[in-house]
Design a binder for this molecule. Structure first.
Ligand code: ZN
Length: 294
């Protein structure tokens, strides 16, 4: 028993003077309580982060916040699509088997600023940023996707991309490192038209012997890279690798791979178990190259 749990409601009754250590503990408990309420409000209430005037609509897994009443139809379409993307990605990686995440107060918040200028000013994001996702605090599990009113790119690209990142992070574990190629490959699966373009690019590159060797990819992290061409190849190859696995070996094996990663295995070990018919990452590379006639 610690000091906090010994405090009874009757100790805090108005008119009952508290003495010495008990009074100190009561004050201490009250301060902790106030701080927790403040943090709860801060992480749960976007209006405290980004200012007043937010309108909201919600469904099972998402709450969409928007600034202007004329953005309501956009907000509704974003909400509908977000729920749809969620169902598809959850099915793909086996997320719905564990429990029904992201419901009630745990819903993911999608913030749509009315214009790019306000978005940049309030979030501090660079001019090229179309949006981003955060998973602010493990304690409060506040997940948000933040963006602004724009044409096409968000709803068909960034939205499914960021939802996939959040689902995968929750599935595999907040504190586990997900290989970047795998994370980005899964995130791009539902982006409109991305797959076709990636296959065309990789077919062309592989025929010239230009692709990222798989053992380098397993250890690589593209996040510090500045060479635009390398970044483009990395993303396209990651998508084609993940799509190839699902297309050739089915969704159950892919879910098995995700489950092994969730249990803390390295990608190499998880891969060997889930894809025993392939055997190793090296064999995967050979089979993948054959897809492109190599
Ligand atoms: Zn990404």
């Amino acid at each position: 028993m610690n000091g906090l749990s010994r405090l009874r409601v009757s100790d805090l009754r108005i008119g009952t003077p508290l003495k010495g250590a008990t009074w100190f503990r009561a004050q201490h408990a009250f301060r902790i309580f106030v701080s927790l309420i403040f943090l709860f409000v801060l992480f749960h209430e976007p209006r405290f982060l980004y200012g007043d005037g937010w309108l909201e609509i919600k469904d099972k897994h998402f709450v969409v916040f928007y600034n202007l009443s004329q953005d309501e139809s956009l907000a509704r379409s974003v909400l509908r699509k977000a729920e749809d993307y969620y169902d598809k990605i959850a099915y793909r990686v086996g997320y719905q088997r564990y429990s029904d995440f992201w419901t009630w107060d745990d819903r993911v918040k999608i913030m749509i600023f009315s214009d790019q200028k306000t978005y940049q000013k309030k979030t501090g994001q660079p001019a090229w940023s179309l949006g981003y996702s955060t998973r602010d605090s493990y304690l409060f599990k506040s997940r948000s996707i933040v963006t602004y009113r724009q044409q096409g790119e968000f709803v068909d690209g960034l939205l499914p991309h960021e939802i996939s990142h959040l689902v995968l992070k929750d599935l595999i574990g907040f504190d586990r490192k997900i290989p970047v190629w795998f994370d980005e490959g899964v995130a791009q699966l539902q982006e409109a038209k991305k797959k076709e373009d990636a296959y065309v690019l990789m077919k062309n590159l592989v025929s010239q012997g230009q692709y990222v060797k798989f053992d380098a990819l397993m250890k690589g992290d593209i996040r510090g890279e500045t060479d635009a061409r390398k970044i483009m190849i990395f993303y396209a190859q990651s998508l084609v690798m993940v799509d190839f696995l699902i297309k050739e070996y089915g969704n159950d094996a892919f879910i098995y791979l995700c489950r092994e990663l969730r249990q803390g295995k390295t990608m190499e070990d998880a891969f060997k178990t889930a894809y025993s018919s392939i055997g190793s990452i090296g064999e995967f590379e050979k089979k993948w190259l054959r897809e492109f006639g190599q």
